[in-house]
Every structure is written in structure tokens, then in C-alpha cells.
Design a protein around this ligand. Structure first.
Ligand SMILES: *Cc1c(COP(=O)(O)O)cnc(C)c1O
Length: 231
């Protein structure tokens, strides 16, 4: 049962765990943001999470977002975190403040085109396929530098950092590789690219991810309970 009481208690515990992880590695408590991942969760429950202190939502699917959007309390910021088809960008360019899952040049070009048409600059993260899995989208680490250089000249896009979903049950090997990659790209200082956000860590590994430099942790199950189905 996904009761609102559980959400409140889960949120309290997650925040406590985040604070502990942050202080164990000597980072500031405001250096990590909690994102509530909303897939399959009823909008009323999401609103309860917002009134309990959640300020950032993560949406995976445009269709589902459109069906819930009107009901959401407007005080939370919304980022897109799923695989995004180019023909759906138009639905999220206004209501969302960041697209975390930019995984192809074609998608970046469409976001850029629409952002310019809407007279805005869209914040984006580049999704990295750190585990080299065929089943996952994302830019391979070898091609990342060149990809970022291509994005750096797009006026409608502001790259803020990287996002990743490591292979399941891989311990912290890929969190460590992601941390190295992030720091290397940051040290390279590509002109026109910011490297301040590292979005990684989910219910099963967010404390580890924080120790590897995550600045945004994306939590669904831990906050709202197990999903009945996966998308
Ligand atoms: C579902 C999802 C999450 C949250 O996963 P949980 O294990 O439920 O915390 C995080 N990021 C992305 C991209 C997701 O699709």
C-alpha cells in the first residue's frame, strides 16, 4: 500500500541517510538534491511528497506526465529522465526545467531548435552509458568529449553535467568510473560546457553514489514503495 504516511516517513529517513552520506565524505549538506521519481505514482501522492518537502520531480514518460501535469502542485521543479523521442520534445520544453537524458545528437539538435523557438535556454545533462550495455541508451565514455563539444555550440542548450544509470547489481565499480569520467571532463574545461551536476544513485545505491560525487539522487521505490509494474 502506498499510503501518504509511508511517504512522509520514507522521506524523513532518506533525508537522514543523505545527510549521513554527505557528512561521511566531508561534503556540504546542500551539495546533493533529492529527486522524487514519479513513474506509476498517483499525482495526489506526489503532491503529498511535495507538501512534505520534495522540491524536484523526475518524469520518465511524456505521455504519463501529460496525464498528471494539471494535478501537480506547481511549486516543484520537474526534470525529464527517460528516453525521449524527438517528436515529444515539444510537450516538455516549457513545463520542465531540465532534460537529464540527452543521449543523441539528433535529440540535442531538436531540444536546441525548440528552446530557441521558445526563447529559452534548456538545461541538459548528457546521459552516459557507463556500463556499455546494449540495452541502454546513453553516450559511450569514449565518445563523450566529442559529443559535448558538439553541444557546446548550441545556443538553446546549456550543458550542466552528466547523468547515468549503472548496470544493476554492479556494486560501486561503475559509480567509481563515472566519478573519474566526470572529474576528467570537468578538468578538461570544454568551453561553453558546465560540469557541476552528476545525476546518479537510485533507491539501492544512492548513499554509495553520494560518496562518488553525485549531486542529484533519483529515488522512486524508496520513497513511494514498490511499483506494481515497471516501465
Ligand atoms: C525508475 C528510475 C529511477 C528510480 O529507481 P528506484 O529504484 O525506484 O529508486 C531513477 N532513475 C531513472 C532514470 C529511473 O527510470
Amino acid at each position: 500500500m502506498k499510503t501518504v504516511d509511508n511517504v512522509y516517513e520514507n522521506l524523513r529517513r532518506i533525508n537522514e541517510n543523505i545527510n549521513n552520506a554527505v557528512s561521511e565524505c566531508g561534503r556540504n549538506s546542500d551539495s546533493v538534491r533529492l529527486m522524487a521519481v514519479t513513474k506509476t505514482v498517483a499525482p495526489e501522492i506526489i503532491n503529498h511528497a511535495i507538501s512534505s518537502g520534495v522540491s524536484l520531480l523526475g518524469e520518465n514518460r511524456v505521455q504519463e506526465f501529460l496525464s498528471k501535469q494539471e494535478i501537480y502542485n506547481k511549486s516543484a521543479e520537474i526534470h525529464f529522465i527517460g528516453h525521449l523521442q524527438t517528436n515529444k520534445v515539444k510537450y516538455i520544453i516549457e513545463p520542465m526545467t531540465m532534460i537529464q537524458s540527452v543521449d543523441s545528437l539528433r535529440l540535442a539538435e531538436e531540444i536546441n531548435r525548440l528552446a530557441i523557438a521558445h526563447n529559452k535556454i534548456m538545461d541538459v545533462l548528457c546521459e552516459v552509458n557507463i556500463g556499455g550495455e546494449n540495452s541502454k541508451s546513453g553516450i559511450s565514455p569514449d565518445e563523450l568529449n566529442q559529443f559535448l563539444e558538439q553541444l557546446s555550440i548550441m545556443n538553446g542548450i546549456r550543458v550542466k553535467g552528466l547523468m547515468t544509470i549503472p548496470p544493476p547489481s554492479s556494486g560501486d565499480i561503475f559509480l567509481g568510473r563515472m566519478e573519474e569520467l566526470f572529474n576528467r571532463i570537468k578538468d578538461n574545461k570544454i568551453e561553453g560546457i558546465e560540469m557541476n551536476e552528476l545525476s546518479m544513485g537510485m533507491t539501492h545505491d544512492y548513499q554509495e553514489a553520494i560518496k562518488h560525487g553525485a549531486t542529484i539522487v533519483r529515488i522512486g521505490t524508496g520513497l513511494f514503495g514498490a511499483r506494481n509494474y515497471n516501465i
